[in-house]
Write a protein that binds this ligand. Structure first.
Ligand SMILES: [Zn+2]
Length: 102
């Protein structure tokens, strides 16, 4: 008989129960935030004249015709979300700093 295993198990179960109710609320809030961020990102991208076209997608690096910055609005908004995430992390990435560490 392994003494000590039961209290740990019970603790784990309690932790799960404690977390469950607030978790779903937080998930809803997070989803709302993601949706709001996404809309804001799309808006921000439309208003981003500084980003130069470089012959490939800024997000996925797919080769593009001249004067195109992104393959589609998904890449554009994902790029903006990524930029926002980097900014929140305190490490904003500028143009030319593409996927260096991935
Ligand atoms: Zn792309």
């Amino acid at each position: 008989m392994q003494r000590g295993a039961m209290p740990l198990l019970i603790n784990a179960m309690h932790n799960n129960i404690d977390k469950e109710a607030p978790m779903s609320d937080e998930a809803d809030v997070a989803n709302d935030n993601i949706e709001r961020n996404r809309m804001a990102a799309i808006e921000a991208c439309r208003r981003q004249p500084t980003l130069p076209a470089k012959g490939s997608c800024w997000f996925c690096e797919e080769t593009l015709p001249p004067n195109h910055k992104f393959c589609d609005s998904d890449c554009a908004s994902d790029y903006e979300l990524e930029q926002a995430a980097w900014a929140r992390a305190g490490r904003p990435r500028g143009p030319g700093d593409v996927y260096a560490e991935q």
